[in-house]
Design a protein around this ligand. Structure first.
Ligand code: UDP
Length: 248
């Protein structure tokens, strides 16, 4: 069951259910990908048809931002809860570590994925990091060859949006049997270069405010959040609940 927020169908899943479904995708044959859109990505997709298709074409569409949760509620079709991509990743890494499933870390500036890998191996005992690569490559083929050769079943794709969503959608069938997870700036957090908001801020749904205070240059990006929410309120007023009913 998907809930439409501005044309993007979000899976109505709790964190526990998202972990279960993602783990199942990791074990399946073929290539799969998960997207974790926030309001900024959804907003951009309105003017970028290929991003729109890449998001809706994902195996799972996870509500990462609190703005998506508010929007779904305003539309009268609430989602279960916020499922931060970075937390979903940590749960999947636990499963990979327990079961010896190899993981590939792709993205961020040169050297960051390697440092992230070292930290993650300390936190998830037994984790197998089968390969690392930065996110500033020009040619896809060597990267795809490296992903396939690594035998990784979980690939963290942290190329920033919209590049990571477009990249995963166009290479789904070229990564071998594997699940790609597009989780933006998470590699920088795993490497210890960027700090997440403290637990209290997160519980209050204020992670965005913490990020704004610690990186004021994000203001240009975040200014779109109130515009997004106002447009959702407008949609609800114009069309009522029906326009937001599930899409699947
Ligand atoms: N990035 C990358 N390749 C690119 C553009 C960006 O690997 O071509 C990385 C960048 O170094 C950073 C991440 O993508 O690690 C995006 O970070 P941001 O904080 O913008 O992520 P978001 O807000 O999307 O979670």
């Amino acid at each position: 069951m998907r809930v439409s927020v501005k044309g993007i169908g979000f899976d109505r899943l709790s964190m526990e259910e998202a972990v279960r479904d993602a783990a199942a995708l990791m074990a399946e044959e073929g290539g799969h990908y998960i997207v974790t859109p926030n309001p900024e990505i959804v907003w951009l997709a309105r003017s970028m048809p290929e991003l729109h298709s890449a998001l809706n074409g994902a195996d799972l569409v996870i509500p990462d931002g609190i703005g998506i949760i508010y929007a779904a509620r305003i539309l009268g079709t609430p989602l279960v809860e916020r499922v931060p991509g970075i937390e979903l990743t940590e749960h999947l890494l636990d499963i990979c570590a327990e079961q010896g499933i190899p993981v590939y870390l792709l993205g961020a500036k040169p050297g960051v994925a390697e440092r992230a890998g070292e930290n993650l191996k300390k936190r998830h005992s037994g984790l197998v990091v089968a390969g690392c690569g930065d996110g500033y490559f020009q040619e896809d083929e060597p990267v795809l060859a490296s992903l396939r050769a690594s035998g990784a079943r979980l690939i963290l794709v942290c190329l920033g949006f919209p590049r990571q969503e477009l990249w995963m959608a166009s290479h789904r069938d070229e990564v071998g049997p594997a699940l790609m997870l597009g989780v933006g700036g998470s590699m920088d957090v795993f490497a210890g270069d960027v700090k997440r908001a403290p637990e209290g801020w997160r519980r209050l749904g204020l992670e965005w405010l913490y990020r704004l205070i610690s990186q004021p240059s994000r203001i240009r990006r975040m200014i779109k959040l109130p515009v997004f929410l106002l447009s959702v309120v407008w949609e609800r007023l114009l069309h009522g609940r029906a326009s937001a009913e599930g899409t699947e």
